[in-house]
Design a protein around this ligand. Structure first.
Ligand SMILES: [Zn+2]
Length: 229
């Protein structure tokens, strides 16, 4: 009789933990400080890849392009709830250059993302990606910046993203990425987890983890504007 009892108790412990996780997730937006600073702000969200470019395929059930689009929609809804305006570089699984002057050009889909940011009233630009590493044990989250005006945004996004998701903190890095180099507003590129890591790839396919990521980014963005930028 002992074994079944132990089995049941661990199931109940798991269910309790899942329940607490759900409660803490849903309660979180109210506890994020500084959300009032989002009122009237204009934010450009750039879900990486899309269309013929799925990004990293990884070892999980979903692609990078799918994951980051889902996270962007969650984040857009949250930001708008607090009075911000959100501009998306793509809203569906299509290349941002589709139907634009950049279609068919080399780096056309990147140029289209930058043009959306630079021609908009956007105050910040955030590009969303998942990472890949040849060694499947590598995991964690990093935020990349290039221009000096990007650094404060990158730092605050990394801090809050890691705090909310409990992901391994791979830090803030200076990277010469096209979209960071060519945007005229403060910009950051977020590498959310590794699709080469089995646990992170699986988590990134789940609505609950995507929600956690969006909450972390929401907290980072509100902290950025609360800081007077
Ligand atoms: Zn990517």
């Amino acid at each position: 009789m002992r074994k079944p009892l132990i089995l049941y108790s661990s199931i109940w412990a798991t269910l309790l933990m899942l329940g607490l996780f759900a409660v803490s997730s849903w309660g979180a937006p109210q506890r994020i400080p500084g959300l009032e600073h989002l009122q009237g702000k204009v934010i450009v969200l750039d879900p990486g890849h899309g269309g013929g470019d799925p990004g990293t395929l990884g070892v999980g059930p979903t692609t990078e392009a799918e994951n980051v689009l889902a996270i962007a929609w969650e984040l857009k809804a949250m930001l708008e709830r607090y009075g911000a305006q959100v501009i998306m570089t793509r809203q569906t699984d299509a290349s941002p250059s589709l139907g634009t002057q950049f279609d068919g050009e080399r780096n056309g889909q990147l140029a289209a993302r930058v043009a959306t940011a630079n021609r908009s009233r956007g105050q910040i630009y955030i590009s969303l990606h998942n990472d890949w590493h040849d060694q499947s044990e590598v995991q964690g989250t990093s935020v990349h910046y290039y221009k000096s005006q990007d650094l404060a945004l990158a730092e605050v996004l990394q801090e809050h993203l890691v705090r909310q998701t409990k992901a391994v903190d791979l830090g803030v890095r200076r990277s010469n990425f096209y979209v960071l180099r060519n945007t005229s507003i403060p910009a950051a590129l977020v590498e959310i987890g590794f699709l080469s890591h089995p646990d992170e790839a699986r988590l990134l396919a789940t609505p609950s983890y995507r929600l956690e990521v969006a909450l972390g980014l929401l907290a980072g963005i509100s902290a950025y504007f609360a800081g007077g930028f």
